[in-house]
Every structure is written in C-alpha cells, then in structure tokens.
Unconditional design. Structure first.
Lengths: 177, 179
C-alpha cells in the first residue's frame, strides 16, 4: 500500500472512469441495437457475442475502478494534512484491521475519528449525522473488533504498529514475533 | 429542521416546463408534426432565458455560484465514499455537471431539430442522426438525473423534488451544510 507522501491522483481516476463509462454506454447501446428483433438469440452470432462480452468486461472494469476510487478517496479523507510516514503506516494498519473486521464505509470513517480521540458529538457534527447513529455505529465497531471500548480498540492498533517497520519501501508486516 | 429559500420562481417554472416539453417531444408528439416543432422552439426560448438568468438572476440561479470545480467534485465523491451526510444549499458539484450537460444537450437537440426544417439541411442524414442520438443521450441523462435526485434525497434527508416545487429546502438539523 502506498504512503501518503506519494501523490495519489483521484482526479485522473475520476476522468478515466467518466470516459470509460461513456464508452461502455455506447458499446452497450450498440449491442442492444444489434440484438434487435431477434432478442438474445442474436448472441448465437459469434461477432455479436464477442461484442457483448467485451462490453460486459468493460463494465466490470468500471465497477472495479469505482471501488478503488472510493477506497482512495476514503484514504485521502482520513489522511488529510498528515504527511508523516508514521501516520501513513498507522493508517495502513487501521485499514487492514477495518477490512478484517468487515467494517462498512461509514463505520470505517467513525472508527477513524474515534481513534483520533474525537467525542461522539464531534463525530456526529463532522459526519452530519445524529449522535444516536454514531453511538450505534461505535457499538457495531466494538462488537466486530471484539473489544469492550475505545481504549481496547486503540490498544489493538498500537500493538501492531510497534511490530511494524516504518520504512516506506517494505510492505507492512503483521505477524507478531 | 431549518428552511432555506433557494430556488426563485423562474428557476422552478423553467425546470418543470422544460421537463414537460422534453417528455412531450420525446414520447408523445408525432416527430413530423407542427406541435413537435413548436414545443421544440418553446424549449429553446426557455433555454435562452435560463442562460441569461444564469448571468443576471439571483445568486443561487447564477452559473458562477455553482460552476463545478475539480476540488468540489472530489470533495462530494469523498463524502459519498465515507458516507458523510453533507447537504449543499445550491446545486451539488456533480448535480451542476448534470445541469450543464442537460442544458447543452437540449440546446443541441433544438438546434439540429431546427436545422431539419431549413432548406440547406432538410433531408440531410447526419443532422437527423445527430438529433436522434442526442435525444437518446438526453434520455439517459434524465434517467440518471432522476435516480441521483432520489438517492441524494434519501441520503441527506432533504426532499429535493419538493424544494424544486416550493423553492424551499428543508434541511434536517443533524445534516452538515456545505455553502
């Protein structure tokens, strides 16, 4: 995973997705046009079948890119104004855990804020949601992480950070000594 | 809940009459009929007024107040990625992109439609094909526009269709407002 010092370019990815979506829309429309009155039986024609497959492949590429873009934007949103290697390494460990625990995008955002020490009221204000919503999201986070509260959650992450090298070149090691 | 007066009467009248005109010409009127032509010209006049209004109208109607920037688009996408509930009082950056797309597409549809009535371009294939392709493009855009409005209303709790009727946005207290 890249460190924040490296320039991430969501805008290039956004432009790529936009252009590919236009292409996909055109090819899909073309396929639908080719199917014509014969409906799905037209797929027996090898050329049309290959065209349909190519269009579907392009669509799945766009879905994959969109997911990558969303992850990139989440990462940038959490790392704003933090350029140190330690912050990047800590964030990578955080993300790694969030994924293992199966946190949703909203829960990841809330977990990030709570680890930074923000109160429930502050998180609710930042995210534009009710305090009750944040409370239930925090409960879900602690349940999924298998910890009783914020202190233990932070403990889990710090424990891993101490075992991780802070060099940008090497991938992060997760296993305990 | 806080109420914010945001859409002036002209913007609202423009929105719904253009929507009605486009739907009528795309789905209801006969392609070769006089009615189709007149509805098309009416939409063109409305577009011209809206563009003028975009320079001289009240703040929320001006293009300068919702000109989409790359930062604005990235920020809105980040809010979506992190599921943060932020509401924009005027148009959102992505919404603004759709508005400019629709304005330009409808202008081009009107222009190619008018060209088909002139002696120079009457019966010229590419004009008719462009007119039809642009209509398909506009139809896809309208479907996306409606889907996005429904989704954004659900996500932020601000009833956007209602705001386009009454002119007032009702924003829930816990939603963060982006100016």
């Amino acid at each position: 995973m890249s460190l924040p010092s490296k320039t991430d370019k969501p805008q290039a990815l956004i432009a790529l997705i936009a252009v590919q979506s236009l292409c996909a829309a055109f090819f899909l429309w073309d396929v639908v046009d080719d199917l014509g009155p014969n409906g799905l039986r037209a797929l027996a024609n090898l050329h049309i079948a290959i065209e349909a497959l190519a269009a579907l492949a392009l669509v799945s590429a766009i879905v994959y890119e969109t997911r990558a873009l969303m992850a990139l934007l989440r990462r940038k949103a959490h790392l704003e104004n933090q350029v140190s290697i330690a912050a990047g390494a800590f964030h990578d460990i955080m993300l790694d855990h969030f994924q293992t625990w199966g946190l949703t995008a909203a829960e990841q955002d809330v977990a990030g804020f709570t680890i930074k020490g923000l109160s429930i009221a502050e998180i609710a204000d930042l995210r534009g949601s009710a305090e009750g919503t944040v409370k239930s999201q925090l409960n879900a986070i602690y349940r999924k992480a298998g910890v009783p509260g914020r202190g233990a959650l932070l403990g889990l992450l710090v424990d891993d950070l101490m075992n991780a090298p802070l060099t940008p070149e090497k991938p992060l090691q997760k296993e305990a000594p | 809940m806080t109420d914010h007066k945001i859409w002036d009467p002209f913007v609202r009248a423009f929105h719904w009459s253009v929507a009605a005109g486009f739907l009528a010409n795309a789905l209801l009127t006969e392609d070769d009929s006089k009615l189709h032509e007149w509805v098309g010209y009416a939409v063109l006049i409305l577009l011209g007024l809206r563009i003028l209004w975009g320079f001289i109208g009240p703040k929320s109607a001006r293009f300068s107040s919702f000109w989409p920037t790359r930062t604005g688009v990235t920020e809105q996408l980040s809010d979506l990625a992190t599921r943060r509930r932020k509401a924009h009082l005027g148009h959102t950056p992505l919404g603004a992109l759709m508005i400019f797309n629709l304005l330009l597409s409808l202008l081009a549809i009107g222009l190619t439609g008018w060209m088909m009535t002139t002696n120079t371009f009457w019966g010229v294939d590419w004009v008719e094909e462009a007119h039809e392709a642009l209509v398909i493009w506009a139809e896809i855009s309208v479907v996306l526009h409606v889907a996005a409005v429904i989704w954004e209303s659900w996500r932020t709790g601000v009833n956007l269709p209602q705001a386009m009727v009454t002119g007032t946005k009702r924003v829930p207290d816990d939603v963060k407002l982006v100016p």
